[in-house]
Design a protein around this ligand. Sequence first.
Ligand code: EPU
Length: 424
Amino acid sequence: MGVIFLDKLVIKGNTKLKGEVHISGAKNAAVALIPATLLIEGVCTITNVPNISDVKISCEILEQLGSKITWISNNEIIIDNTDINCTDAPLDMTSKFRASYYLIGSLLGRCGRAVVGLPGGCNLGARPIDQHIKGFEALGTKVEIAQGKISASAKNLIGTSIYMDMVSVGATINVMLASVLAKGTTIIENAAKEPHVVDVANFLNTMGADIRGAGTDVIKVNGVQKLQGNASYSVVPDQIEAGTFMLSAVATKGDITIRNCIPEHLDCLTAKIIELGANVEVDNDSIRVWTNKKINSTNIKTQPYPGFPTDLQPQMGVCLAIANGTSIIREDIWDSRFQYTAELNKMGAQITDQGKSAIFQGVKELYGAPVSASDLRAGAALIIAAIVAKGESTLTNLSHIDRGYENIEEKFRNLGANIQRISE
Ligand code: EPU
């Protein structure tokens, strides 16, 4: 019988984090760039790749489709997509991996056909993909959903105008992927503006595409005949990882310099941190955050970029749990992103989850407790809370965290945290 190892983190708290941290490449860019390479009939190199489990799964799926992938260092891969011989992605892997929906746009663009496991619901609540499908159909694709999979096929992809009913990162990127090699021009209106949307456009343009306007509401894709590749591209720094460390400096009353980030991507968080009464100093590609005071309360509403990111909401929640007075967070992107509040309450927080909103009654202290990560960002938030808390905490369900943060415990340890991973 096989043995299952369940890792947990043991964190001894009451630590002020101090020092420097180097930010990795963005998870949400990397999980789109890797399938995007399917559009290249040749070789490309991607650097600053975050070494996380979502990236590894993404590479394994591509290898099953015929890609040859070589890791030339911990954060650098060469992908050779000369011989893609299959358009049916392995269902067991794709149905568990949310970002596998990018295989549909990429395989459609490359081969005119894609079969991919239907990304199921997840811990954040319902995650519909109707806008992706609306975009593919507008480009001339026949889409069928049956037996847990999406089958898409198109004789010819023809450029057209597509208006997104809501701002969606995934749908914007997916329609971009499907239209790069289409005939004519595709216009995506009400497009998402997140840094990783811009990064995918920059990557594709580096490989030979003609995409304009990424980072604005309207993206124009002029179809080209072929992507030559033969180029190298560096993944944009992860703005959510950078924000996670900025908020860990605030929560622990520490002093952290965050290196290799793009401060403009974090303008909204910087403004909020200043509102909380902490200090922020911005340099070219680094941000220093520090405070030694109890922080002020504030209200937060999550929104698409450049609004406050839902992916930093739980980490901000930890700060507000120990702020002076009462704060309210309204979550407008995902239905179930307050699950971490029940875990924080086990540590002494006083948070009332009201569905779309949560009310944070600031407490004096948090105490160590056994807690569990319900999703990736909840996991990051609970690590920060455990570093703040008096006493020892144990954190389980680490697979969520390993999906998206590279060497997270080592990075926190280098800042002074007492954190150990234990396999059982
Ligand atoms: N939506 C629809 N229909 C669609 C697509 C989206 O109704 O066809 C709705 C969603 O239900 C949601 C909103 O539109 O309410 C925005 O969803 P979006 O499509 O922007 O999210 P996503 O592309 O599925 C990405 C990130 C998430 C991040 C969101 C929002 C990746 C792989 N994932 O998801 O990242 O929370 O954008 O910024 O890029 C994370 O990293 O922890 C994470 C969950």
